[in-house]
Design a protein. Structure first.
Length: 271
């Protein structure tokens, strides 16, 4: 099925996430001439897109079908007036700004009617991201198809039925890659404390996390709990370690507390 790309699209903010999305769109089939990028300090990779037909920092902004907001949330007030020239009746605002509600976005962008809030994560840079989004009632079926094309170009995509769920998504998949990286660091630290050399400790930790992720993807029909039990012999070494990880105050409790803190911070950033 052909993707329903918008005819005219502007990306406001082309840092790591915005740049990853632009790359995914172009690799997915978006016509480079349909894309404009607004980024005060474009990286060499973004500047190089001009040679492919992408309009970098257009001198004469024209109304677009979709405005994708990928700036830092705290800069929204400063950049909002500069976005208005791209707006038009019927345009869609697609925001990946953590914590910024649809009401907040409409207040900053008075011409905005249809707004979609989305939360991708950094594996979008390699086409393996996961994104969930919520659409305002004004979003049409065409708007939804545009969002699906744009967000599925960088990984898996899911619609949400409740805007409030975005804060939970932010705390789980949005920040999740950092939690996995922190787990890798902790695993390497544990290896060092057991006497392994730092270089080997990190190689073992990275390889283990990468391999486990690949196995879980390959066995996508199998629950993680089943995969865990397959590695765990009763009374064995893994069972002894899991008794600690799954005990009171262990990994699950820590993750629940961490996610709750992330969701609370996302809620604080609204307004």
């Amino acid at each position: 099925m052909m993707k329903a790309w918008p005819a005219r699209l502007v990306l406001v903010g082309a840092g790591k996430m915005g740049g990853a999305m632009a790359k995914g769109w172009l690799e997915g089939g978006l016509d480079p001439s349909a894309l404009a990028v607004v980024e005060p300090s474009p990286s060499p990779e973004i500047e190089a897109l001009a040679a492919r037909g992408v309009d970098i920092n257009p001198a004469d902004p024209a109304p677009m079908d979709v405005l994708v907001l990928a700036v830092k949330p705290q800069t929204l007030d400063a950049v909002a007036p500069n976005i208005e020239p791209f707006s038009r009746e019927g345009a869609l605002v697609l925001s990946i700004l953590a914590g910024k509600t649809i009401a907040n976005l409409k207040a900053r962008l008075p011409q905005a009617r249809a707004v979609v809030r989305a939360m991708p994560n950094t594996p979008a840079a390699i086409g393996r991201g996961v994104t969930a989004a919520f659409a305002s009632p004004e979003a049409t079926e065409e708007h939804r198809r545009w969002c699906e094309a744009l967000l599925e170009a960088v990984g898996a995509f899911y619609w949400l039925d409740d805007e409030a769920a975005i804060d939970a998504v932010t705390a789980i998949s949005g920040g999740g890659p950092a939690y996995v990286f922190a787990l890798t660091e902790a695993l390497a630290t544990a290896a060092e404390r057991l006497g392994l050399a730092p270089d080997l400790a990190m190689k073992l930790a990275r390889g283990t996390v990468e391999g486990a992720g690949a196995l879980m993807r390959r066995e996508s029909g199998m629950a993680p709990a089943v995969l865990r039990r397959a590695v765990t012999s009763p009374g064995g070494t893994t069972a002894a370690a899991l008794a600690v990880l799954q005990g009171e105050g262990g990994l699950e409790d820590l993750m629940v507390r961490a996610a709750a803190a992330g969701r609370a911070r996302a809620a604080e950033m609204a307004g």
